[in-house]
Design a binder for this molecule. Sequence first.
Ligand code: NI
Length: 391
Amino acid sequence: MPIINRIAAFHAEMTEWRHDLHAHPELALQETRTSAVVQQKLKEFGVDEVITGLARTGVIGVIRGRGGSDRAIGLRADMDALPIHEETGVPYASENPGVMHACGHDGHTTMLLGAAKYLAETRNFDGTVYVIFQPAEENLAGGEIMVKEGLFQRCPMEMVFGLHNWPQLPAGTFGWRHGPIMAAVANIEITVTGKGAHGALPHHGVDPIVVAAQIVSALQSIVARNIEPVEGGVVTIGHINGGHTYNVIPETVHMKGTARWFRPEVGDQLEDGVRRLATGIAASFGARAEVVFDRAYPATVNDPDATDLTIKAATTVAGSERVRHMGKPTMGGEDFSFMLNAKQGSYIMLGAGRGKGDAMVHHPAYDFNDEILPVGASYWASLVEQLLPAK
Ligand code: NI
């Protein structure tokens, strides 16, 4: 059985929902319109309960199957957009300048709505399904907020599942992985303070730009020389700001960057390395460095048994030749990690590629591939019908 027929029948309707969400993107924790649209649709579908108020704009639909089983699972989609100016040229492009659904969360929300519509209509399962629409996947950890505000106490469930579209995999294929699939993320800030001086009289000051340059180069030695070569790790400085003209040595230089890793021990080594090098190098030049190493998201680590269940559901929908091992994990971050740290579960990639030259997520030319809407919705529905079988 490939795509569920009943879901294929409302592909056009799902496409309309997706285009409407795409035209009205909202940034993290500001998803009020999106949240209202989701709530309204869940009510139209006749779900048993709509829970709101978690993580400000979060929505959970409760759908009870036939029979009296007290078993339950959760399916999670994200709703937020990115601060990117859209360059797709599509007729349903963002009407909110500078904000764009560049990661396909419009598609994720639509696929879970499609599954909710089907599940509420057919109820061909025994137990409870929680369809979780979370805000703020990007940067503000809406997933963590939902967990902290009692998601799993309010909605007791055995397992929780997530999905992300992936333009680098062909449309309609699935990519799974046991263990780590996405990296842990830390935001780095380094402020180097020297002593300002005339640009022609450097001996009167301590030049923080020269110090910052040494630090940027030295930070690359952490992954190259301190981390075991077979481990994954990244340190990137993405922003450097100091001074304003030709002939003045400024007082301070400010830098921002990101660190990525999988194993917690590697995260500790990266943090230690960034602090040691930045403060040590600054001190050796007679300057001072303040370091912030803010651990934002943990690694997304899939439970093997839960992953096997997702492989089975994906295979039902796409066929075994289109369900592939991901090989390597990616260094991208994902706040579904907070849900997986609190609850057994797994996160799968759904291929969205149309062919050569696809824009990757977070690119201004990226657009979610509507072809895969019924694939994702059928995957969710199959997962429910297989995990909570009707008697
Ligand atoms: Ni995303």
